[in-house]
Design a binder for this molecule. Structure first.
Ligand SMILES: *Cc1c(COP(=O)(O)O)cnc(C)c1O
Ligand SMILES: [Zn+2]
Length: 441
């Protein structure tokens, strides 16, 4: 069967561009592009045929279908030759039943999709495998591409660096100095990638990388490049497959540049159009109060949108004031009964503190999503028996400076409600015993 996909303008102009064209915006109206699949061709297989095909692939050896992105290759990027696919067998992350946290919050059916359990410790791997594979194919076909570049708040750069290192393709990352974690800074360095640490914020890095890519045969890897969205949307495929093709009531995801909330929506739309599901969840986008332009727009019923200057937040990967995927996100949220809410610094930090006491190990962005969850339960929007999935976007191990400060009560202006500290003792039986018996009675 001949599956096909192409770039198309999100405003619906009919012109099609090949996925191997170096193009990020519509030539007619300058809006973002999205990948459009030949849905009629995909409909030639029944929902059950697709389900069985997917089930037989994930986790197996046959390249590249063991990846949960490439296990759904026909739905993601059928135009790639398997030999050009650059994969770390990403995806297939576990769905954690947050039984204790759920019951503390008054919920019976709370799940955390652990997307940070991934090659570079964040869910950005899902989209990066698609983009870097396409670049490899373009180079193999003789296109002149000198390098691949991105601006990043730390996770996109880590993923780009790793995938380019796997493929042997030169990469350049633009990072806002002192606004990412130490691990995130080390990731591109250890992969030998040109790492530019710039005296600006993410939005400033974004402006520069766009200028650089425009003229110099450098391919832009930011999520305005909608190839990445195609990989990120497999979060929705994985989720419903893990629930035996049942759709949860709510999906909560932290949002910055807003590519991911759009991608998750696109994933559900595709599942429904192809008959694998028959309803949508409600989508919730969780923002840090310090960087919440979407939340502000939501409060106006999406009538207005204004980019803002994002202020510093512990949720550094979503410290973005001028989100590139704003139009896509609003469109999706309107189709999904979407909710947008924000969490302040104290709320997000303590949401992590609380969740980690139940065995999770959350990053601050997941903390934003969990704090927003708490608010929606309190307001009655989310009810006791609703099935709720929180998308945990990165691995907490990338953000140990944050956790260290949290547990030593050194976060500015925040009282750590769940701080614990190690106890220093001499190697003395009596002292040790006394301490233990005082602590555990
Ligand atoms: C990228 C990222 C997000 C937000 O995704 P957007 O598509 O930018 O909205 C959330 N959390 C983490 C850890 C991220 O790296
Ligand atoms: Zn257009």
């Amino acid at each position: 069967m001949k599956f096909n996909a192409w770039f198309q303008c999100i405003n619906g102009y009919s012109g099609r561009q090949s996925l191997s064209d170096i193009i990020y915006r519509c030539p007619e109206c300058d809006e973002l592009l999205e990948v459009q699949h030949d849905m009629e061709q995909l409909k030639l297989l029944s929902p059950d045929e697709w389900k069985n095909k997917f089930k037989d692939r994930v986790g197996r050896h046959e390249w590249p279908y063991g990846s949960s992105v490439w296990g759904k290759k026909e739905w993601v990027c059928p135009n790639l030759d398997n030999k050009n696919i650059v994969s770390t067998l990403e995806g297939g992350t576990n769905l954690f039943w947050a039984e204790r946290l759920g019951s503390q919050l008054g919920l019976n059916d709370l799940w955390i999709k652990q997307c940070g359990m991934s090659h570079t410790g964040s869910f950005k791997d899902l989209g990066m495998t698609v983009l870097v594979s396409m670049v490899k194919q373009m180079i193999a076909d003789g296109k002149s591409i000198r390098a691949v570049a991105c601006a990043s708040t730390g996770d996109t750069s880590a993923a780009l660096a790793a995938y380019c290192a796997v493929a042997g393709i030169p990469a350049i990352v633009f990072l806002p100095r002192d606004k990412i974690s130490l691990t995130q800074l080390i990731q591109p360095i250890t992969h030998g990638v040109l790492t530019l640490s710039l005296d600006t914020d993410f939005d400033g890095c974004m402006k520069l990388v766009k200028q650089v890519c425009e003229k110099n045969n450098i391919y832009l890897a930011n999520s305005m490049n909608s190839l990445r969205i195609e990989g990120q949307k497999t979060i929705s495929f994985e989720l419903v497959e893990q629930f035996n093709w049942e759709v949860p009531d709510f999906v909560i995801v932290p949002g910055g540049n807003l590519g991911n909330v759009s991608a998750i929506g696109r994933g559900f739309e595709m599942l429904r159009e192809l008959g694998l599901i028959n309803k949508f969840p409600r989508l919730v986008c969780a923002q840090a109060e310090q960087a919440n332009p979407l939340h502000r727009s939501y409060k106006s019923g999406f009538k207005e949108f204004e980019a803002i200057h994002a202020k510093q937040t512990l949720a550094s990967a979503i410290q973005i004031g001028d989100p590139v995927s704003i139009k896509k996100a609003i469109k999706i949220l309107q189709a999904f009964g979407g909710i947008v809410e924000s969490a302040n610094e104290s709320e997000l930090a303590n949401a992590v503190g609380r969740a980690n006491l139940t065995g999770l190990f959350c990053c601050p962005h997941t903390g934003v999503a969990l704090a927003v969850l708490e608010k929606l339960v309190k307001s009655g929007e989310i009810k006791k028996n609703d099935r709720v999935v929180v998308i945990s976007t990165a691995n907490g191990l990338k953000f140990t400076e944050f956790l260290h400060k949290y547990h030593t009560d050194k976060l500015d202006g925040i009282t750590s409600d769940y701080a614990y500290a190690p106890i220093n003792l001499p190697a003395d039986y009596e002292k040790v015993k006394e301490t233990i018996l005082n602590a555990v009675d």
